[in-house]
Design a protein around this ligand. Structure first.
Ligand SMILES: CC(C)(COP(=O)(O)OP(=O)(O)OC[C@H]1O[C@@H](n2cnc3c(N)ncnc32)[C@H](O)[C@@H]1OP(=O)(O)O)[C@@H](O)C(=O)NCCC(=O)NCCS
Length: 160
C-alpha cells in the first residue's frame, strides 16, 4: 500500500479556487451547529482578495478533501476556517493541514495565532490542542444555531 504521505499534497489557494473552497466548505460544514451557514464562492473570492488572507487545499490522491483559510496582520494571525470532508476525517489530514498553515505563518514572521471554536466541537478542539493551541477565553453566544446560541472557546498558540 502506498504511504499516505505520498498521496497527500497541500496547495496554496488563489482566486481561481474560490469555487472548490466553497464546495469543500459546504460539505465540511454541512452540520450548521459547527459554525453557522456555509460560505459561498463569492465569500471565498472576496476573502482571498483581502490582504493577509491565505488559503490552502489539501488533496488526497489528487482529490481536494480539506481546506484552511488564515488571515495574518504583522506578527499575529487568525485561523478563519478549517474543514475536511467527512470521508477524509480521522486520518490525521486536518492536523496535517493545521500544522502546515502554522509552519507557513511562522515563515512569514507570525508569532501568535488565534482561533474560535464552538465549545461543543470536541473533534476540532482536540486537533487544535494537539497542534499546541491552548484556551485563551470564551465568547458567549458566538455561534447561533436555530434558536440556540453556542459559546466559543478562543484558543491561541505561540509559534517558536
Ligand atoms: C476539525 C476537522 C478539520 C479535523 O479533521 P480530521 O482530518 O478529522 O483531523 P485529524 O484526523 O487530524 O484529527 C482528528 C482528531 O480528532 C479526534 N476525533 C475525531 N472525531 C472525534 C470526536 N467525535 N470526538 C472527539 N475527538 C474526535 C481524533 O481522535 C483525533 O485526535 P488525535 O489527533 O488526538 O488522535 C474535521 O473534523 C472537520 O472538518 N470538522 C467539521 C468542520 C469543523 O468543525 N471545523 C472546525 C471549525 S472551528
Amino acid at each position: 500500500m502506498a504511504d499516505m504521505v505520498d498521496m497527500v499534497d497541500i496547495l496554496p489557494a488563489g482566486l481561481a479556487h474560490a469555487r472548490v473552497l466553497a464546495a469543500l466548505h459546504a460539505v465540511a460544514f454541512a452540520d450548521p451547529a459547527l459554525s453557522g451557514p456555509a460560505w459561498d464562492e463569492g465569500a471565498f473570492a472576496s476573502l482571498l482578495a483581502t490582504p493577509g488572507v491565505e488559503g490552502f487545499i489539501l488533496t488526497l490522491e489528487g482529490e481536494p478533501v480539506a481546506l484552511s483559510l488564515w488571515r495574518h496582520v504583522l506578527d499575529e494571525a487568525e485561523l478563519l476556517t478549517i474543514g475536511a470532508i467527512p470521508d477524509a476525517r480521522g486520518r490525521g489530514l486536518g492536523g496535517t493541514l493545521l500544522r502546515h498553515g502554522l509552519a507557513h505563518l511562522a515563515g512569514l514572521g507570525v508569532t501568535r495565532v488565534f482561533l474560535e471554536v464552538a465549545v461543543t466541537n470536541t473533534a476540532a478542539i482536540r486537533v487544535y490542542a494537539s497542534a499546541g493551541f491552548t484556551n485563551a477565553g470564551r465568547r458567549r453566544g458566538y455561534y447561533r444555531h436555530r434558536e440556540q446560541s453556542i459559546d466559543a472557546d478562543v484558543m491561541v498558540t505561540d509559534l517558536a
